[in-house]
Structures are given as C-alpha cells and as structure tokens.
Design a protein around this ligand. Structure first.
Ligand SMILES: [Zn+2]
Ligand SMILES: [Zn+2]
Length: 393
C-alpha cells in the first residue's frame, strides 16, 4: 500500500535487545521487563494493559475502514542459566540468562509495533501485541486465553530464534513443528529398616529403580517405532543414608509426544507401570502430572501466507518449509489451538561468528543481531499484509 513507510532502526532494535539481555528475568517474575515494554509502547503512543502479573497486551487500531484482527506474539522470559559470554551486554543477574532468544523476539515485536503504529493511517482493523511471560514453564499463554485476548482474532503469528538456520533464512513449516510436553512426578512410598534386616522394610529406592527401567521399556515395546515418543526421567532421589532401607523415593521426568492420543496414552501407561512395579516390592506409587504444552501445529494456509510475505522481504531471503520436527515444546502451541496461525523460525547464526552457532539453552548462546531487523520486518509485514487485503485473498 502506498505511503507505508517500512524503515526500521537497527540501532533501536539492538539497544532494546541488549537492555533486555542485561536484565533477564525468570518466568512469572518479568516485572522490570514488562515495565520496559510498557515504556516503549508509551513512547509509540500504543495503549496497553497487563494480562496476569507480568504479561502485556498492546493494541493498535488502523485508521482506514476494514475489520481484520491479527495477533502478534513475543515471549519475554529468561532461563535459570549462567551466561558465559564475555560481551559487554552480558547478563547482570547471576544464574539468569536470555539463552533462548526471547530478548530478540521482544525487541523485534517492539520494533514492529512502532512501525505499525506510525503507519496506522495506511491500514484498517486491529493488531493485538502479545508480550507473553513464562513461555519456558508453559504457564504464560493461559492467562491471555482466559482474558479473551484471542476472541475475534483471525490470525496469530509468532517467531523464534533458530541457531540451526543461517541469517536471512526463515523456517515456515506447515503442520507439526514441536512436540507436546508434559511433566510427571512419582512418589514411591515404602518402609524404613536397617540394611541388615531388609525383610522388615519395603525398599522404595529399589522399587523406584525398577520404575525407571520399566518406563523406558514402554517406548521400545509399546509405542510405534515410526512415531516419536520420549519418556525421560531426569531426577531420582531416594534414601537418607547408606545403611538403611529407603522409605521414600521421588522421580521426576517429562514426556514428549506428537499426537493427543499418544499424549493421553503414555500418561495411562506411566500411571499403571509406576503403581504395578511398586506393588511388586510391596511399595506404593503415586503419579502427579503437569500439563506443560500441547504439540505446536502450524495452520497450512497461514504458513503459506507467512512464507509468501517473508519471501517478499528481499531478494536474499531464503524460506525453508521442511525444518525438522523438534521434540522441544513451545507454549505458542496453545494459541494455535484456538486461532489459525503460524510460528516461524528466524535464522540467527552467522558462520563468521561461531558463538551464534551455539544451541539455545546454553550459557554461551548468542545471536547475530542483524536478525532483529528481519524479525521486526516480518512481524510488521504479515500484519500489514493481512490488514491491507491479504485477508480477502
Ligand atoms: Zn527455551
Ligand atoms: Zn524459546
């Protein structure tokens, strides 16, 4: 549309990203981060409100006629990871780091918001800006859904940094992108005794060890080898001293599945396995489940739209539509269950800067800040496209 100015300040994006990077905050503690987002939205004249304690919703109304509604989402939380990079914008909070690129997503969406707000005379309809806390713990999306933020929304779009993709590449895969994630905790209860008289006790440690092994057997013997399933136990605590039969044991683990049927099926299997295996040694097991996030499934039509818009951003943009499935999860999945949309993966690595090739959730992760401009442009371009006729196509 004529008159739409799509200049974005790279310096401003870098300033924002570095400010966020210096002051990372863990899930549901993003108070300073939310204030910073609100300050930037105020500067751009964008009205906003809090959603939950630390979520921020900004709204931009276009001034032309038209009634489309599109939501753009960035996640804002950091991780309990110690940064090992020696850059001058390194985390100033010990043990907390933006190691998943959420600082970049937030900066990019703020950049897009400023651009879209400055151009609101050139489109109609409404843009909802979702700054979502607690992506890493899978708890942030629910507050926005319960507050009705997606009511009336026709498309939702988000993006995530991808060190596996080089700068200038955008991954837009239709369908399944990320696994469903759940967390389980198993408490095994036995009876304490002196190690010399095991017959007087019930060994919770012994039962828990068998449960760990039996759970792995579910994957090799009960699930189809062509459908990925992970049942991982990451923590096992039992006993109090070397010469006593352990009274209690506690296991914690996670499941990764790619269909709702298998997600529910493995819960049943783990419940039964824990109880039955514990019973073999006279112990009792209780299993507690926490839903973390659903499988992330991109709408095929929205994925085509985003791919087309992304390819139009320049001659050197490379679109990939077959980025491999990740068994990591992303809380954006909950939004996609409500509204057709697309989660894109933004290439952030540069072979000339090896630190940008380190994986996410690593204390030495960094990204090439040239990606910020492309991220911001993509957010803005898809919203603009939807609200200036894309919706009718
Ligand atoms: Zn992460
Ligand atoms: Zn992330």
């Amino acid at each position: 549309m004529s008159g739409f100015n799509d200049q974005i300040s790279k310096d401003d994006l870098i300033r924002l990203r570095r400010e966020l990077h210096r002051h990372p905050e863990l899930a549901l503690q993003e108070f300073q981060t939310a204030e910073m987002i609100e300050r930037e939205l105020d500067l751009a004249g964008i009205p906003h409100s809090r959603v939950g304690a630390t979520g921020v919703l900004g709204v931009i109304f276009g001034e032309q006629s038209g009634n489309g509604v599109i939501a753009l989402r960035a996640d804002i939380d950091a991780l309990p990871i110690q940064e090992t990079n020696a850059v001058d914008y390194r985390s100033q909070t010990d043990g907390v780091m933006h190691a998943c690129g959420h600082d970049a997503h937030t900066a990019s969406l703020l950049g897009a918001a400023k651009l879209l707000s400055a151009n609101r005379a050139h489109f109609g309809g409404e843009i909802r800006l979702i700054f979502q806390p607690a992506e890493e713990t899978g708890k942030g999306a629910a507050d926005f859904l319960e507050a009705g933020v997606l009511d009336g929304v026709e498309r939702i779009f988000g993006l995530h940094s991808a060190p596996d993709l080089p700068l200038g590449t955008i991954g837009v895969t239709p369908g399944l992108n990320n696994a469903a994630v759940d967390q389980f905790r198993i408490l095994v209860h036995g009876k304490a005794a002196h190690v010399s008289t095991p017959q007087q006790g019930t060994d919770a440690l012994y039962a828990a060890s068998h449960i760990v092994v039996a759970i792995q057997g579910l994957v090799t013997r009960r699930t189809s080898p062509v459908e990925p399933v992970i049942l991982g136990v990451g923590k096992l605590h039992a006993g109090t001293t070397y010469n006593a039969v352990a009274e209690d044991a506690e296991l914690e683990g996670t499941t990764r599945t790619i269909s709702q049927e298998m997600r529910l099926q493995v819960r049943d299997w783990i419940d039964q396995t824990a109880q039955n295996v514990a019973a073999l040694s006279g112990a009792k097991a209780q299993v507690f489940w926490t839903d973390v996030t659903s499988a992330l499934i991109n709408d095929p039509q929205a994925s085509l739209e985003v791919g087309k818009v992304a390819a139009g951003l320049g001659p050197n943009i490379h679109i990939v539509t077959d980025r491999p499935l990740s068994l990591g999860g992303d809380n954006f999945a909950e939004f996609l269950r409500k509204v057709p949309g697309c989660y894109a993966y933004l290439g952030t690595s540069n072979p000339l800067r090896p630190e940008t090739q380190n994986s996410l959730h690593n204390g030495s992760f960094d990204l090439d800040e040239d990606a910020l401009v492309l991220g911001a442009r993509l957010y803005a371009a898809y919203a603009k496209w939807w609200l200036t006729g894309g919706k009718q196509q």
